[in-house]
Design a protein around this ligand. Structure first.
Ligand SMILES: Cc1cc2nc3c(=O)[nH]c(=O)nc-3n(C[C@H](O)[C@H](O)[C@H](O)COP(=O)(O)O)c2cc1C
Length: 404
């Protein structure tokens, strides 16, 4: 399928991460022209493009940016580079191969938001990507692209907690507190960093901004579907012949992507299951995957969610009990502990599934698991808990024989 590359156009060019190579291939060429335009016109283009956040939730970016209208200054932009969702490994490709695209996206976004400072919050373990991005920032400061007349960008390392990818826990952590989610407001409002109105966006979301502002909203809208405009960096991992990250327009059939880009299932085996959008999206059976398309609406229709587009492919040799056991060990470890149903529920669910995997289940294992999922759902501050409940329910609903 032919389509423009929004965030990966410079991937594969030798030394694409350096300023000189990025500039030779188009980086920053229209920056000064765009920075001379009124901020509201940039926001309008982003609204018109239909861009949706690529951190997992798919919230319309333009509408979110409008939440800053009328808010006092200073305002902040925070870029979420925590990328800790199992199965998701796209943002680090942008940082590795084209950090200047992200920097340019931040400069343009800060202009649109009338923000003078941006913070990039990066998962602590990503030392290589941290150093790569910091070098690019240093180059941009050295060349005067960043500095006196633009916004300032600060790169901050987290300490490796999955929950710090949740936007309000991220902001708590950035402020120096324990990374735990904040209570959610009843009506839409911006996030708040040091009491100032703030927008939090994913790396890929912000890296999409230069394309949209350079080429126009219609060029972006021309790709993908009506409800899911543009492209996404889809990740393929697990039992495929060619795991990796592929930028594709929304709306492609899931199985076609596995065949064409993933090179099919390893060793000629049959597909058993797909977790379509990072570990926290409900698992699909091979049957459900058959007619599924890779868009927000397509994945909903199939009974799951698009999430981050990080697909975990499982072949017929996979034990679904072991797979859930593995996932729950992660959630048990990563629950921040603030809400009792999540802290206790992930612990108990993980123990119960682990016992099933060891063939020593308690007699009421399955009803208890379902009860735990019900108890977590809707009883927590953030969506970590409900996501775990969905994960448990998805496995039990779709592979009941294996658990029985
Ligand atoms: C437990 C949890 C972990 C998350 N981790 C990330 C992450 O690593 N990166 C990310 O961009 N968004 C993550 N999110 C989503 C963020 O809260 C937020 O919605 C996102 O950064 C907004 O950016 P976007 O609108 O550009 O997608 C996570 C959410 C939850 C509940």
């Amino acid at each position: 399928m032919s389509h423009d590359l929004v965030v990966s156009a410079r991937f594969g060019i030798a030394n694409s991460h350096t300023l000189i190579v990025a500039q030779a291939h188009g980086a920053y060429t229209q920056l000064s022209t765009l920075l001379a335009q009124p901020p509201q016109s940039l926001v309008q283009t982003v609204i018109d493009s239909g861009l949706r956040g690529k951190g997992g939730g798919g919230a319309p970016t333009g509408a979110k940016w409008q939440l800053l209208e009328g808010q006092a200054k200073p305002r902040y932009l925070v870029v979420n580079a925590d990328e800790s969702e199992p199965g998701t490994f796209k943002d680090r490709h942008i940082i590795e191969h084209d950090p200047h695209l992200l920097i340019e996206g931040i400069l343009l976004s800060c202009h649109a938001l009338e923000a003078k400072a941006a913070y990039i919050y990066m998962r602590g373990e990503y030392r290589f990507w941290h150093d790569r991005l910091q070098s690019a920032l240093d180059e941009a400061y050295g060349a005067g692209i960043l500095g006196a007349h633009s916004c300032d960008i600060t790169l901050h390392r987290g300490a490796g907690a999955y929950i710090c990818g949740e936007k309000s826990a991220l902001l708590e952590s950035l402020e120096g507190y324990r990374g735990q989610p904040r209570l959610k407001p009843h009506r839409p409002e911006p996030e708040w960093l040091w009491g100032r109105a703030t927008i939090v966006n994913n790396v890929e979301t912000i890296a999409s901004i230069p394309y949209i502002l350079y080429k126009g909203a219609q060029a972006y809208r021309a790709m993908g579907t009506k409800e899911s405009a543009g492209t996404l960096l889809f990740g393929l991992s697990g039992h495929v012949n060619r795991p990796g990250v592929y930028e594709l327009p929304f709306g492609m059939p899931l199985l076609e992507v596995i065949e064409t880009y993933g090179g099919g299932i390893r060793d000629g085996r049959a597909l058993k299951a797909v977790i379509p959008g990072g570990a926290s999206t409900p698992v699909l059976t091979a049957e459900q995957a058959k007619n599924a398309t890779l868009s927000y609406e397509g994945m909903k229709l199939a009974g799951s969610a698009l999430g981050t587009g990080g697909m975990i492919i499982m072949d017929e040799s996979t034990s679904m009990v072991d797979a859930l056991d593995n996932l729950l060990a992660f959630y048990r470890h990563e629950s921040c502990g603030q809400c009792t149903p999540c802290r206790e529920g992930t612990h108990w669910a993980s123990s119960i599934v682990h016992d099933i995997a060891r063939r020593q289940p308690r007699s009421d294992a399955l009803p208890t698991l379902k009860n735990i999922a019900r108890t977590i759902n809707g009883q927590t501050i953030c969506v970590f808990g409900p996501a775990v409940a969905d994960v448990i329910n998805g496995f039990l609903r779709n592979f009941p024989q294996e658990f029985a």
